[in-house]
Design a protein around this ligand. Sequence first.
Ligand code: ZN
Length: 192
Amino acid sequence: MHIEKDIVVSIHYRLNDDQGNEIENSFGNEPMVYLHGHNNMIPGLEKELEGKQPGDQFKVSVSPEDGYGPYVDGLKQQIPSEGFEGLDPKIGMEFTADTENGPIQVRVLEITEEFVTVDGNHPFAGKTLHFDVDITEIRDATPTELDHGHIHAGGGCCGSEEPEEEEEEAVVEEAPAKEDKPEEGTCCGGCH
Ligand code: ZN
């Protein structure tokens, strides 16, 4: 068995920038798990993983074009501070901003009295990424995972397939209303 489309892949990786500074490191933590061949992984890394097996190790340098794309100046914007009333913005904070092109994820770069500077670029945009990768495990994807195009870490849920628990509601009439949504991060890697 080797890595190809529709295979679920677990890897450990160390990520350094051009100066050799470590940006991320999964060793000692949970491995990164993704569904191969469904655009869940940057192209430069997915290309290298193709055909490999558990136990394989490799190093690869990924250009912005094969990584998180070029840095786009227009995605960095100054927003009048009034717009942040009650939000207490802090440097590094991430949130979703509504823009003409739909919602995008932005990070707070700078805060002054008048303006909050936010950046909608991915933190790794414009960077060449140097990966050190260990492939730890691979498995076949489940039919539901293939249907959704991503892994289900907790054994299969997206919220929608959970059966309704009507019985319980009838018994605990006086209990305050409780939301039955699955906890974020336990399902679909938190992607939806
Ligand atoms: Zn799903």
